[in-house]
Design a protein around this ligand. Structure first.
Ligand code: HEM
Length: 523
């Protein structure tokens, strides 16, 4: 009995030892696997091309970054790394990985790394576009979305958009049969609409009525966009910023001073009017007034004067050029495909009729036009790499380390042309955005990362409701009122020019002609 007990004990002890050994072995293996995995995920940077010491890949990069990056994605895969000067760039080229960045790790990838020129223009990054993901930025965005561009305000400012678009129709009517610069028309309309929404008067009214402060407002606007789009060596080697080797900062400061003087003038004028008078005059509060009221409140969300100006810079810069290029690209595709123009005009006749003018209330029924605009966004996204993001801490994407403070681009150009998500991706086919019942597929909210026209996540474009409305209203009105032809077959070529926004390489010149006999539709 004793011997049985002894042997049982020995057995138990040896089993225990075996078990402990097995557990230790298993733990050691799991630890080794984890260590290997964690090493693999936290220290391995994405693949990418080699470059020169100090300069990295900078000397080999051409000007059309969206095309260069798309070509490199074919070689290095859906995520790759570039060393440009002293900065590390990570380029994300697939919808699946974009989802990881803007859904899974949206909070981490929500900082910015502003170019030097943009910092000058935004009062040192005090605007929405270039602020980091912090309480200051969250407050600005909240005010933008819930106060300035609230549904109520958007509806109430419809009369300004109507006045701006009608003015354009009259302007084009007077130029029928001649060659017109379509982008120029779209830019003037957006600027008129935005300026009247911002402070109750359009730029044209100001130009007609006041001193030379307004002269050149348009030039300042397009000047600053060109400067922000210029490659600046200081952006790749921040230590060189103070030498301003290419004079980019000097040029920007000159334009900025003019811009600032105009904004200060707008604010001074508004402060001299009693708020009630202004509301009575326009039937609603304009944006400057809303911001000034916030300035006077002593709350968490009250605004400083600089903040108001930075806010207005965003409104003008982010709102006009994007709408202009998209109107121009859409019209270019429509002119290239005569069957598409015919279908849009048939829809307009059905929804609007021959004896009416287009109103914003018609827009939700113009599904085919909506599909045409979406297809244009797919092939010619206004911001083909969105706006650069910078992770607030190191993070893992697809098993690779994306270092804290690096510059991350989402290559929307490549995603929108990826055959994995889009059948015959290079073909212009608006029908891909139509359901069988004629309604449109996809929206602009960026939840489906196959289509990122306005970005996605917490940095998504906050001007989306206004941009979408302005673009569709302008195009519907111009296509309802006029037939358009090209003076030159060369216009069918579609080269693009990379910059802050993706412009047409050559401006679209087109000839309008009258569609309806009743002249009062053009007044
Ligand atoms: C067709 C018109 C427009 C297009 C295509 C467009 C597109 C975009 C895109 C792609 C972004 C970057 C999103 C990202 O980084 O994920 C953006 C940001 C922004 N847009 Fe727009 N936009 C348009 C109109 C407007 C308008 C009308 C306004 C203002 C009135 C506006 C204000 C802004 C601002 C302030 C940001 C920066 C947001 C942030 O960083 O938090 N946009 N836009």
């Amino acid at each position: 009995m004793i011997s049985f007990t002894m042997s049982s004990w020995l057995e138990v002890i040896s089993m225990k030892i075996e078990l402990t050994f097995t557990v230790i072995t298993l733990l050691a293996i799991s630890f080794a696997v984890l260590l290997h995995k964690s090493r693999k995920t936290t220290s391995r940077l994405p693949p990418g091309p080699c470059g020169l010491p100090l300069l990295g890949y900078l000397p080999f990069l051409g000007p059309n970054l969206h095309l260069e990056f798309t070509k490199m994605a074919k070689r290095f895969g859906p995520i790759f790394k570039l060393q440009l000067g002293s900065k590390t760039y990570i380029i994300v080229n697939s919808s699946d990985l974009a989802k990881v960045v803007v859904n899974e790790h949206d909070d981490i990838f929500a900082n910015r790394d502003p170019p030097v020129a943009a910092l000058i223009l935004s009062y040192g990054g005090k605007d929405i576009t270039w602020s980091d993901n912090n309480p200051y930025w969250r407050n600005m965005r909240k005010v933008f979305v819930h106060e300035v561009l609230s549904n109520k305000n958007l509806e109430a400012s419809g009369s300004f958009r109507r006045a701006g678009v009608r003015k354009t129709i009259k302007h084009v009517y007077e130029r029928m049969g001649t060659e017109v610069d379509f982008g120029g028309i779209a830019f003037s309309t957006s600027l008129t609409v935005i300026s009247s929404m911002v402070w109750g008067k359009s730029v044209d009214e100001e130009e007609e009525s006041s001193d030379n402060l307004w002269d050149g407002f348009r030039e300042v606007m397009s000047g600053v966009m060109d400067i922000v789009g210029e490659a600046n060596v200081s952006d790749f080697f921040p230590v060189l910023t103070r030498f301003d080797l290419q004079g980019v900062q000097r040029k920007m400061k000159l334009q900025f001073e003019k811009f600032d003087a105009i904004l200060q003038r707008i604010i001074d004028e508004r402060m001299s009017i009693k708020p009630q008078e202004s509301t009575e005059q326009h039937g609603r509060k304009d944006f400057v007034q809303i911001l000034l009221e916030l300035k006077q409140q002593n709350t968490e969300s009250s605004f400083s004067l600089t903040q108001i100006k930075a806010f207005l810079v965003d409104f003008f810069i982010a709102g006009t050029d994007t709408t202009t290029v998209m109107a121009e690209w859409t019209m270019t595709e429509v002119l290239k495909h005569s069957d598409v123009m015919k279908k849009i005009q048939e829809e307009l006749e059905r929804v609007v009729g021959e004896h009416n003018i287009v109103e914003e209330s018609h827009l939700p029924k113009l599904c085919y036009l909506d599909a045409v605009i979406k297809e244009t966004f797919r092939l010619h996204p206004a911001l083909p790499l969105l706006v650069v993001r910078s992770p607030s801490k190191s993070c893992t994407v697809d098993g690779y380390k994306v270092p804290k403070g690096s510059n991350v681009y989402l290559n929307v150009w490549a995603i929108h042309r990826d055959p994995q998500y889009w059948e015959n991706p290079l073909e212009f086919d608006p029908n891909r955005f139509l359901n069988l019942d004629g309604t449109t597929k996809f929206n602009y909210n960026g939840l489906n990362t196959n289509f990122l026209a306005f970005g996605s996540g917490r940095r998504r474009c906050p001007g989306l409701p206004l941009g979408e409305k302005m673009l569709m209203y302008l195009l519907a009105s111009l296509l309802h009122s006029f037939n358009w032809t090209l003076p030159d077959e060369k216009e069918h070529e579609l080269p693009d020019k990379f910059g802050v926004v993706l412009k047409k390489g050559n401006p679209l010149i087109a000839i309008p002609s009258q569609r309806f006999a009743r002249n009062n539709l053009y007044m």
